[in-house]
Design a protein around this ligand. Sequence first.
Ligand code: 1GP
Length: 228
Amino acid sequence: MLSKQQHTKLIVLIDPDKYNPALVELANTCKVSYIFVGGSVLKKNNLDKTIQSIQSITNIPVIIFPGDETQISKRADGILILSLLSGKNLEYLIGKHIKAAHHIKKSGLKTIPTGYILIDGAKQSTTQKITKTKPLSLKKEIVTTAIAGELLGKQLIYLEAGSGAKKTLNSSIVKDVKKNVSIPVIVGGGIDSVAKVKELLKAKADYLVIGNALERNYLFLKELNHLF
Ligand code: 1GP
């Protein structure tokens, strides 16, 4: 699950509050490797129902990308256990994990320890606000943080420009992270055009995650299909 890839694969992110079943139907006919489900704040408390609905439409594996420690559903195929390595907020390095530990263990979910690195996306992201941390912007610092993540035993590095970022990850940063770690690298935040996808594909990340752009226009997925 979420392994290293020869060619970059696509992940669709669904926020349960903005769930559109038509996107999942379309994903069935497109090259989508995983569906991530989660959101920074879930107002409708409908994670479980959303996953159930997605699974009634598709066999694409569903992974929880939790916005907080309450976003757990045993229906999913796995859950990212996120450690916010770019910030120094203990709650997001270990605090939330302790709160959720029993629940996750009991759920029997497959857990994927993930080094989550917030990078400056030219706009204050919700994650920044909620976690009260600053994103990284220096390449050297980002690469070193990713290496530290691997040394800590993370199975995945997630380079996050923030949901709806104005500026996506710089492909030269992604390339350097890829060169320096041997675990899979996921890139997300603000990817909303074919040009941005093409630019990021040059960096050979293992996965690109797209959320907002598909919420706004799910048919964008069709435009991307030939690129993956
Ligand atoms: C956000 O990386 C994801 O956590 C996806 O970002 O919604 O901007 O595509 P977008």
